[in-house]
Every structure is written in C-alpha cells, then in structure tokens.
Design a protein around this ligand. Structure first.
Ligand code: GDP
Ligand code: GDP
Length: 455
C-alpha cells in the first residue's frame, strides 16, 4: 500500500505545492553556567551541543532539529558565549532579544540554588513585553530535597517553575510535555513560512567579504522597501529589492547593515544569524572574496548553507582586485577547493564597481528552478532501469542488491528514495547521485538519495 501511494505521487508531497510550514522554534536562554547546554543535550538525547563554554571555541551549530513524542521542533541553543567586560547583564539581554526575535516559545533557565538574580529580572521584563510564551526552568534540582529551592521562583510571574535536573534527566519529560502544549504546531514567526510572493534570499558570508557593499550596489536607486518582519526590538529587517525586473526578498539584512561590534561571542551571533537567515530563505548566496580565499570561516559558512538544504549560489567578490596572473592562479585554486560544491553556480563580481552584478539573477533563477524541480516517477524509473542495466551493482558475497524502483519523495530540495533488495555500496549510491545530476541537471541545489531495503 506504501508502493501504491508512492506511485500515485501521494508520498511526501506536502512540501511541493502550496505554502510550507516550518517546525516551531524553542529558544533556551539564561545566564552562563545555569545548565543550558546540558539541557540542550538532554533534550536532543545526544552529546552534540558543547557543554563547556571554552573561550575562543567557535560554535557553528546553534539550531538543532529536536523531537518529542513524535513532534518536531527546532531548538535554539544560546549557551555559546562567555561573558566579557561588558558584563553578563548586557549579554543575557542580547541573547534574550535574539530568542524573542526567533522563537515561538522560550525556556528561561535559572539555577535553582542561586535563584533569580537582578539580571534575570531585567530579562524577564523584556520577555513579558514580548508576549512570547515563557517557561521557567529551575535547573539543578537533582533530587526531591532540592525541589523546595525552586519554589522561590514562583513569584516571577511566569507561573510554576519546572524543577529539572538537566544533568540526570529528572523532570525533563514533564517539562517537554508542557513545552509541546505551549508550542504552536508550526512556526508562527512571520517570514518563516514559505509561500508565494518574492523569492527569499539569504546573503551570507564572513565579515568584510562585501555583503553590505553588494546590498547597496544591488539596491542602488531601485525601490527598496524595508519590512520590519517581527516588529521586535532587534528589528530583523528584510529588504525588497528589484533585480531583473522582479522583486526579491533579502532576508534579515539588518544583521548585515548593522555592524557587529561584539568582540567575544561575535562568532556565535554570526553563526546564529547565518542559520536563522538560511532557515527563512529559499536560496543562499554565499559571498566569498578574492582577498582571502576560503578561510576557515568561509568553509564553515558554506557548510551551513549546504546542510540547510537551500538552493545555493556562490559569489566571488572583489574581482576588481585581480590582475591576469593572479586570476588564473585563483581560478585553479577555487576549482580545487570547491570541488565538493561544483554543482553550485558561481559568479565572479565586484560589489565595488558593480561588475557582473547582473549575473546574479540568472544564477538565482537556475538554482531555484532546480531546487523546485520534480522528476516524474515514470521518467525516474526509466532512467534507473537504463542505468542499472548498463552498470549493475557489484556482486557482494554472492549477492547483488537490486533497485526495485525509485521515486522523488519531495522537492525543495529534491529528495529521492530508492527501494532496493539490499544495501547499496556508498560508492554506488554516489554514482547514482552523480548520474541523476548529469541527467536531470540539478545545478544549484543539493539533492539527497536514500534507500529503503526490502528484505
Ligand atoms: P550553560 O553555560 O548555561 O550552557 O551551562 P552548562 O550546561 O555548561 O552547565 C554548567 C555546569 O553546570 C556544568 O558543570 C554542568 O555539568 C552543571 N550542570 C548542568 N545541569 C546540571 C544539573 O542538573 N545538576 C547539576 N548538579 N549540575 C548541572
Ligand atoms: P561586509 O562586512 O561583508 O558587509 O563587508 P563590507 O561591504 O562592509 O565590505 C568590507 C570592505 O571590503 C569594505 O572596505 C569595502 O569597501 C570592501 N569591498 C567590498 N566589495 C568590494 C569589491 O568588490 N572590491 C573591492 N576592491 N573592495 C570591496
């Protein structure tokens, strides 16, 4: 019956036509050392979030996909910074504003033994104004005897605090049950839902690659409408810019326009910004620059873009700085370093002079068209049939796994499922992926091929 559903195209089609809803977002905030990262790990059920906040350690990943009782949500971990000279107060306030901007609900974690501090109370005022659902978590309640401590948090105006031990797991199930009651089914953050209207672009890249210069150049004298999406204190502004006769929505440009002047924690916020922008966007433009080719930070940002499953365009900026010799050298270097994303269209530009800026739109169109693309089941299976006939899977231990049939389960980005009689070699799967790209032209979009083994 699953096969029938597959063949009739009913399978996994939910993100094809019509608006797509995104998972609700839960942010975890609180002062350093209250146990936020430990709680994140506990909720994720794995040791992925970094617990110790080692100064200088960059945390790339701050948004995680989580699941409780079959419901998916996105968890934003705000634990990744050290307090600096500017003090804990400013930091926690910043973190809370970020959470308010991004989240559908907030877990506010305090250390039950310490109780709420003056810093906490300031943050709570802000949270109350935001009208976001806030759940108080009294952490480090490792046993029943400590539960009385958390009672002192009652008076803060967010209802009953949930006593938990992030370390041992005590109380976390009850907390998550409550979180599920509070979180909406889908994210209500404006701008997160995907619908018709202008296509959404995340312009991302490390500091000084030329993001704001490019934005200025593109906006130029054309109409620019600034849209205060969430209407919060941190103004996550999207800009509407006319390019090639159409309107495009550049998401979260406030983060580009407003210079980041934080020293410590700047990486963390940059990562959070990048991921939040990707989350909202359909296509990412990863901006790189020829004056510092593929730094570690570039590579990390590129990786986030690839993992986000968004359409992808690479833009190399500051091309005006190159002479012929250096250009030839650079082309070779770029080709090598970017071999793993050779599928992404690349444009060389100069934000300063405007050179080649008109090449962005065709690249964006191409990437988005492929991101949206669907291959009919019949066509896909004709392709698979020919491929397998010409290049059968190698025999392993006397057995030869066969591909029964395949289907494109979803698009944006395209995902394929192959039904097989045994596990396919990773090499063979890569071969199929490569051929899929060659045959159907998925330039500008990641694609995914998974298998279901029928015993
Ligand atoms: P963050 O700075 O808020 O992310 O805090 P961490 O998760 O890094 O935790 C700070 C310290 O508190 C670590 O040493 C944790 O092991 C400890 N901790 C976290 N949760 C608990 C808990 O439930 N009980 C106890 N006893 N210690 C905890
Ligand atoms: P952002 O931090 O990514 O927003 O980068 P900016 O737009 O602020 O640019 C950083 C620096 O690079 C500034 O000094 C810009 O003038 C310079 N810049 C940006 N684009 C170009 C370009 O195409 N060519 C040259 N030569 N410099 C550029």
């Amino acid at each position: 019956e699953e096969d029938a559903a597959l063949l009739s195209g009913e399978y996994g089609d939910e993100d094809f036509d019509g608006p797509v809803k995104l998972d609700p977002v839960l942010a975890i905030i609180g002062r350093p050392n209250v146990g936020k990262s430990t709680l994140v790990n506990r909720i994720l059920g794995r040791r992925e979030a970094v617990v110790e906040d080692t100064p200088g350690v960059t945390r790339d990943r701050v948004m995680y996909s989580a699941n409780w009782n079959g419901r998916n949500f996105t968890l934003v971990d705000t634990g990744g910074w050290e307090h600096d000279a500017r003090g804990i107060h400013a930091r926690v306030a910043e973190q809370a504003e970020m959470a308010v901007e991004l989240a559908d609900a907030v877990l506010f974690v305090v250390d039950s033994a310490v109780g709420a501090t003056a810093t906490d109370e300031g943050v709570m005022k802000m949270l109350r104004r935001s009208k976001k659902p806030v759940i108080m978590v009294a952490n480090k309640v490792d046993d029943f005897a400590q539960e009385a401590d958390s009672a002192t948090l009652w008076g803060l105006g967010f209802g009953e605090p949930y006593p938990v031990s992030a370390l041992h797991g005590r109380g976390v199930a009850d907390l998550l049950d409550h979180v599920m009651d509070v979180l909406p089914e889908f994210s209500t953050i404006e701008g997160l839902e995907r619908s018709g209207g202008p296509r959404r672009i995340a312009l991302i890249g490390r500091p000084n690659v030329g993001k704001s210069s490019l934005l200025n150049k593109l906006a130029g004298t054309e109409r620019v409408v600034v849209d205060n999406t969430a209407g919060t204190t941190r103004d996550p502004v999207d800009e509407f810019i006319e390019l090639g006769g159409r309107t495009w929505r550049f998401v979260d440009t406030a983060g580009i326009r407003r210079r980041q002047h934080m020293a410590q924690g700047a990486d963390y916020y940059a990562s959070l910004r990048t991921q939040a922008a990707l989350e909202k966007a359909e296509v990412a433009v990863v901006l790189l620059a020829v004056d510092e080719v593929l730094s570690e930070q570039d590579v990390r940002i590129l990786q986030l873009a690839i993992e986000s499953g968004r359409a992808l365009v690479l833009a190399f900026n500051k091309w005006d700085l190159l002479d012929d010799e250096r250009r030839r050298y650079l082309e070779r270097e770029i080709e090598q370093d970017l071999a793993h994303v050779e599928w992404a269209p690349r444009v060389n530009i100069s934000a300063k002079t405007g050179w080649h800026k008109d090449r962005l739109v065709p690249a964006l169109d191409l990437a988005l068209e492929n991101w949206d693309k669907r291959i009919a089941t019949g066509r896909l299976n004709a392709f698979l049939g020919e491929l397998v006939a010409a290049h059968p899977h190698p025999v392993r231990g006397g057995k030869q796994p066969r591909i029964l049939f395949g289907t494109q389960a979803s698009s944006r980005p395209p995902k394929f499922v192959l039904f097989t009689t045994g596990f396919l070699d990773p090499g063979y799967r890569r071969f199929i992926t490569r051929r899929l790209r060659e045959t159907f032209g998925f330039e500008g979009t990641p694609i995914e091929v998974s298998m279901r083994v029928r015993e």
